[in-house]
Design a protein around this ligand. Structure first.
Ligand code: ARG
Length: 464
């Protein structure tokens, strides 16, 4: 004999190893709030439809509220023998309400129940991500606006390429984050359909009202196919994909924090409270936090790949394999939240070292393109201008001189029409300032974007 909720068909008890092996309660108990919210809506619907009596519905509702209190107070006893969050809560409800509680599972299965719980969980989680990303964007905006005058080297191939504003570099991440946020809200929109009522897979013969349940739980509407509803995990996957792409962006920012805080770059200093020392080298201040953010990106990708692999090739409809969706999703949520908190603080607390950035910005002939552009504007075909400036750079490099050491007579040897304005074009400030178009690095373009973003945020109610 067995005392499981599904014990009727069984003669012998479950092996204790199997109990532990199949149990999900150690990790799915964190869904308890959503599980109870779903049960409350389901019970009210059953009562409203006359599937159970109004008194029974009330009893269930009160019983569930008591269970909720017990869990909140930390008094609830979670039992591995009861397998998962659903059966733990239901069993306690039955203890409290007897036969009324035994009716809660009418017209429902754990298969539609778990799909609902995860959807409710992820709806909250996507919204939380959007909010936290917003906070990081705010920190970026603030830094970018405050340091709008700092020029730094921009890189391609990690070789100094052309001077850019530090703010322009930072705002590049603002744009990435804006799209990341969009991916979470897209996922939200597609996942916003309510699966309860799908039963085990085929729906149910009771006269249920799925639209009512959907409304109560604030979904856009009920799902359209019961088999799809209990076997689909693509909302979870979209969330994990959004997390992965977001973490990819965050790890690039983290990498720049690591790189910029090295002695070699020296572009920023990181807040002490976000760094750690070395147990052997007294002089060290290590950027552990951004390094960990960079590293944790790997585990979030792992979470996505784990669930994609679990789902691949599964026949319809529910399969126990799908219980494996939870740990990757929870792991990704915890990781993403932690990393967002860390990076928001780091961005807010980092201090740019203007002199170091400015000094480096003009090195490595970073304004060579500007001289070529000057020549092109004076009628020299761009390819020829490129060639001419290339020869100049070679000559300067051979004698160990920088771009700022070119003289007018030297320029005139290359192009007789050269005048003071050609020398002006070689200045770092002018190089940056010339790129005034939408998306360019000139102060007015970058500040224009910062301002329009701030206006938009004020209008849409985002904290500006
Ligand atoms: N704990 C299960 C899961 O997470 C709930 C659904 C169980 N359904 C079943 N038919 N065994 O997937």
């Amino acid at each position: 004999m067995t005392d499981k909720p599904w014990g009727g068909r069984f003669e012998g008890p479950t092996d204790s190893f199997v109990e532990e092996f199949t149990a999900s309660v150690p990790f799915d108990r964190r869904l308890w709030r959503y599980d109870i919210a779903g049960s409350l809506a389901h019970a009210r619907m059953l009562g409203r439809q006359g599937i159970i009596s109004p008194e029974e519905a009330d009893k269930i509702v009160h019983g569930l509220e008591e269970v909720m209190d017990e869990i909140e107070r930390g008094e609830f006893k979670w039992k591995t023998e009861l397998e998962d969050v659903h059966m733990n809560i239901e069993a306690r409800l039955v203890e409290k309400t007897g036969d009324a509680g035994r009716k809660l599972h009418t017209a429902r299965s754990r298969n539609d129940q778990v799909a609902l719980d995860m959807k409710l969980y992820l709806k909250d989680e996507c919204a939380a991500c959007i909010n936290l990303i917003d906070g990081l964007q705010e920190a970026i905006l603030e830094k970018a606006a405050r340091h709008i005058d700092i020029i730094m080297p921009g890189y391609t191939h990690l070789q100094r390429a052309q001077p850019v504003l530090f703010s322009h570099h930072l705002m590049a991440y603002y744009e990435m984050l804006e799209r990341d946020s969009g991916r979470f809200s897209d996922a939200l929109k597609r996942g916003d359909f309510m699966p309860l009522g799908s039963g085990a897979l085929a729906g149910t013969g009771y006269p249920i009202d799925r639209s009512f349940v959907s409304l109560m739980l604030r979904f856009q509407g009920p799902t359209h196919n019961s088999m799809d509803s209990v076997s689909d995990r693509d909302f979870n996957l979209e969330y994990l994909a959004a997390c992965s792409i977001f973490m990819m962006h965050l790890s690039r920012l983290a990498e720049e924090m690591v790189l910029w805080s090295t002695g070699e770059f020296g572009f920023i200093s990181l807040p002490d409270r976000y760094c750690t020392g070395s147990s052997i080298m007294p002089q060290k201040k290590n950027p552990d936090v951004p390094e960990l953010v960079r590293g944790k990106t790997g585990r979030v990708y792992g979470d996505l790949i784990a669930l994609l692999t679990v789902m691949k090739g599964l026949p319809l409809a529910y399969n126990k394999d799908m219980q494996e969706d939870k740990e990757p999703v929870f792991d990704a949520s915890d990781t993403v939240r932690g990393c967002l908190r860390a990076m928001t603080d780091i961005v807010a607390g980092m201090e740019p070292v203007q002199e170091k950035m400015a000094a480096t910005a003009g090195e490595s002939y970073s304004t060579a393109t500007d001289l070529a552009d000057w020549l092109a504007k004076h009628g020299v075909p761009f390819r020829s201008a490129h060639e001419i400036v290339g020869r100049l750079v070679r000559k300067l490099a051979q004698s160990g001189r920088g771009m700022d050491e070119v003289t007018l007579p030297e320029l005139r040897e290359l192009y007789p029409g050269a005048d003071e304005s050609a020398l002006e074009a070689l200045k770092v400030e002018n190089s940056v300032g010339a790129r005034k178009h939408i998306g360019g690095t000139a102060g007015e373009a970058v500040m224009g974007r910062i301002n329009s973003v701030r206006e938009m945020r004020a209008r849409t109610g985002k904290p500006a």
